[in-house]
Write a protein that binds this ligand. Structure first.
Ligand code: NAD
Ligand code: GLY
Length: 393
């Protein structure tokens, strides 16, 4: 296989990507400063994801590579405002950017029209304009909310993601889905608005509560099941490093997850071909479990973990995989401290909620189901009796 070392454009320090002719992004590797780069190739909306450790203090240098930024509207989760938010604000200021900081209360309820409206007004008061950069520091809640501010303020401004939860680092900060919730449901108003860059610092995970951290691991396992059997095997072999939040292991799993998500997004940015739907493996069951339990009873990743096992068992019933595949997933999820058993919720209630899922087409149930480790398909017209059997077995 022919290969070449390429330095990231404008980098000026020791970051490199091993470029192969066979697959340009397959082999992003760590170099002495242990930074990994993943590119999301979307023509004029392309961007870089930089993954390192103790790298928040490089935020100023990172945006300087993106373009001239004289004003930043930094939107930060209240739980990390005095820690990670402060480091980012200082770094941007040191680079000559005027920074206005807006704290958002922690929690899903902040993805609201009220917060959005408050932030629009605050952006105007701070003298924001079309040249301003919106910076999100926090988990998926702040990333989705700030991203929608960026997509809508003055008809759209540049947006930088600085995700500080594992879930946000491996999923929500990449791919451009931004938005808020309505009383009628989650993520009902939003946009596709790609960031101009994503800066990921594994050290931010040091302060993340254990349950939140493990919840993020469920999405990492998902990438292995849907797209990469070797990555799944890596996770099985590195449970100790994963649970210890070893920085090298963190950088690898975040980089690989981002690469895999990037490849899907590049091929179906706006979820029109069905490809992007593969990222929702386990999510049809998950959303029903979350809604039935009341949002907050289980963390999202915990419900994803249970949902993946349900989906794999459904695939078994439909003769698509054997029981060993489900057991392999269950074993890894168990070792990572994630739940795999359905909570006590009546099957008919879950079935009714699933019928309202976004992936339902003309009343017929559709699921993302595995065919083997590392490969899934969107399967339409699944008989409700098979779903019911999975929910009651
Ligand atoms: P979150 O943003 O609510 O963060 C979880 C908790 O961790 C919060 O209490 C937060 O204050 C705290 N926190 C964040 N970083 C911390 C840190 N470094 N140290 C200590 N505490 C920290 O939740 P989440 O799981 O990151 O994201 C969930 C949201 O993401 C949901 O709203 C979901 O809809 C959205 N999401 C979006 C996409 C997408 O593609 N846009 C994908 C998946 C999920
Ligand atoms: N998290 C699903 C998506 O980004 O499409």
């Amino acid at each position: 296989m022919s290969s070449a070392w390429g330095r990231n454009a404008g980098d000026g320090h020791a970051t490199a990507v091993l470029v192969t002719r066979r697959n340009l992004r397959q082999f992003a590797v760590a170099v002495p400063d242990a930074t990994e780069i993943v590119r999301v190739e979307l023509a004029e909306r392309s961007y870089v994801i930089r993954i390192g450790t103790e790298t928040l203090c490089e935020a100023g240098r990172f945006i300087a590579e993106i373009g001239k930024v004289t004003h930043a509207l930094l939107i930060v989760d209240a739980n990390v405002a005095n820690t990670h938010g402060e480091v980012v604000a200082r770094s941007l200021s040191a680079g000559g950017t005027r920074v206005d900081v807006f704290e958002v209360p922690a929690g899903e309820t902040s993805k609201s029209v009220a917060q959005l409206s408050r932030l629009w007004d605050a952006a105007i008061e701070a003298g924001g304009d079309r040249q301003s950069l919106v910076v999100a520091v926090g988990g998926g809640v702040v990333g989705d909310l700030a991203g929608f501010v960026a997509a809508s303020f003055t008809r759209g401004v540049r947006f930088l993601q600085v995700p500080t939860t594992l879930l946000a680092q491996v999923d929500s900060s990449v791919g451009g889905k931004v938005g808020i919730n309505l009383a009628g449901g989650k993520n009902l108003v939003g946009a596709f608005w790609q960031p101009v860059g994503v800066l990921i610092d594994t050290a931010t995970l040091d302060t993340l509560p254990e349950r939140e951290y493990r919840s993020g691991l469920a999405e990492v396992v998902k990438y292995g099941v849907i797209l990469d059997a070797d990555f799944f095997a890596y996770l099985e072999a590195n449970v100790a490093g994963l649970l210890a939040r070893d920085n090298a292991v963190m950088r690898h799993i975040i980089a690989r997850s981002c690469q895999l998500k990037a490849q899907v997004v590049e091929n179906d940015e706006r979820e029109t071909t069905g490809l992007r739907a593969v990222l929702n493996y386990g999510h049809t069951f998950c959303h029903a479990i979350e809604t039935a339990g009341g949002y907050g009873a289980l963390l999202h990743g915990e419900a994803v973990s249970i949902g993946m096992i349900c989906a794999s068992r459904l695939a078994e019933r439909l003769g698509r995989v054997d029981a060993a595949l489900t057991e392999r997933q269950r074993s890894l999820l168990d070792r990572l401290g994630l739940p795999t058993e359905l909570p006590e919720i009546p099957a008919e209630e879950l079935l009714a909620l699933m019928s309202r899922d976004k992936k339902v087409e003309h009343g017929r149930l559709r699921f993302v189901l595995p065919t083997r480790l590392g490969h899934v398909e969107l399967v339409g017209d699944v008989p409700p009796d098979d779903v019911r059997a999975v929910l009651t077995d």
